[in-house]
Ligand binder design. Sequence first.
Ligand code: SAM
Length: 221
Amino acid sequence: MIERPKRAVTRFFVPLIDVLILLFCIFLLMPFVATEPKPETEEPKDQVKAAEPELPRDVRELQAELQRDEMRPQWRHFWNVTLDAYGPEWRLPADPISLLRRRCTISQGSIFNLPERTWDAATMFFCAESITERQNEFEAACASFARCVKPGGALIAAFLVRSSGYEVAGRKFPVLGLSAESIESTFTALAVKVKAERIGIVPREIRSGYSGFVLLTGTAA
Ligand SMILES: C[S@@+](CC[C@H](N)C(=O)[O-])C[C@H]1O[C@@H](n2cnc3c(N)ncnc32)[C@H](O)[C@@H]1O
């Protein structure tokens, strides 16, 4: 017959050792039964969205311009000239902002990567000569501009004449120094019915290192 230990100390330690052995066994088994904890914020896979990349600043600025109720006074001057030039028979709106909002899609791209033969008309203001000091890069930009329009489409572009560069926010930007004749000859090779209108060209510099403008019009060949 098994007798209960008589000493109080033994009666206390034997069950304690049993409990400790049991805990140790549980500890050894834990890695086999444990599962990975789920992160609390995990979403179903199809709901996980990539963060939208921020739009370039100039795109945001133009979008903001089209969200206005009416055009800023700076544009009013140019629009009045346009209204006068076309006359009432064109029935142009007094303020073109809402029409532009409906018709325009603003996106950023490079003049060197324009899709070919895509649009009915294209305009370019002080771009091809204001991004380089090299004649071959200027010509490549003009060729890309002229090719983005369907044959018979309208090309309208303005250029600085004899510009020596410009500065924005303390940073210098290059400009190719052009003459009205060289602009005309570049476009004669790219389009037909080319007309280069000289605007205010004087022998000296006017301001910011240029001495006038050329407004070039032509038809894509
Ligand atoms: C002198 S600013 C003229 C801006 C405007 N068209 C105007 O008349 O006020 C020259 C513009 O060319 C843009 N530009 C620079 N590299 C370009 C590229 N590869 N393709 C298209 N535009 C470019 C610049 O961001 C700048 O807005």
